[in-house]
Design a protein around this ligand. Sequence first.
Ligand SMILES: Cc1ncc(COP(=O)(O)O)c(C=O)c1O
Length: 394
Amino acid sequence: MSNPNINIQTKLIHPSGVANYNQETGAVNVPVYLSSTFHQESFDTFGPYDYTRSGNPTRQALEDTIAALEGGARGLAFSSGMAAISTAFMLLSADDHIVISEDVYGGTYRFVTEVLTRLHIDHTFVDMTDLSAVTESIRSNTKVIFMETPTNPCLKITDIKSIVQIAKENNCLTFIDNTFMTPLLQRPIELGVDVVLHSATKFLSGHSDIIAGLAVTKDEELGNRLAFLQNSFGSILGVQDCFTLIQGIKTLGARLQQSAGAALKIANYLNGHELIEAVFYPGLEDHHGHHIHFNQSTGAGAVLSFRLPNQEITKTFIDHVKIPVFAVSLGGVESILSYPTTMSHAAMPREEREKRGISDGLLRLSVGLEHEEDLINDFEEALAIAKQKNKVNI
Ligand SMILES: Cc1ncc(COP(=O)(O)O)c(C=O)c1O
């Protein structure tokens, strides 16, 4: 039984739209099937599972959940976001070409530039906000357009439907990294995207505890090809982490809505501060992609970035904030401040970073669940010290 006309917030807990519990026992949580192998009924009668690398009921529950949330045909769970992304790229073959957002996550950049090139899979980085640049970068052997929107860390917005249109005209598949938005706020398959990818390490799990990746395909055939690759590489998510991720997904609605509300207030506060040169957050009306973003998403999310004048001021600020952790990653219950230059984008050469606006004064903030006034007061104090210490007279 399923109930399709149900709000995504309800689906986070009941993916099929009706009460989600174990049919045999009534347990409201999915059983953790810690079994690598499965007994087969007889010599020639095989059950749905044989070996956990190929399939496991706990993982299946997670894979069905993410497929239902994204509105896709098939979901697959991987050992990390990078495992999901790199396995999806393995749908390509030697001599193929990829068009990709220029400020993608540093790990995706590393995989595309240092691994795929060795396999003779070429790429062109483009500013995806410029649709004519995307069209111009397409070659006869282009097979995939890879989007990240909003981008990490500059929060640039790509018009998903227009990119899908360009891809269709050129017989390409579209992949999207939907980590920042999650299906709660953005469902790219409804806009025509073929493969949705996630670092589920972030908002989906939400507690900075596990490393996980998810992929969802629009159609079954592509899903089967990706499942074949998942089984071939073996980079599956372990069943205990599948359980943890299912539990995390159930509270995504409450977490992300609260964090996004706080992110908007913090973005407005930072926008009005004399020491901050720029704030990048699609929830701000003066953000370049604000209107496109709200045409394709229902919220701006909980990640923003902002630019301080230079590295010294940035260092003083970081040394004096007390509440956020200073760390890589995002999407946890704790606010996380990170410095893309030496953290998420360390894999990118300086010249490439600067071209993409990842300057020495850029900080990324993932807003957690602390009270927003405490965070704002903390920033106020740290910015005051940064201003004084560096004798900035504005
Ligand atoms: C946007 C984005 N995509 C992919 C990844 C990679 O995910 P994972 O660390 O789970 O492999 C990250 C990690 O920071 C990310 O921020």
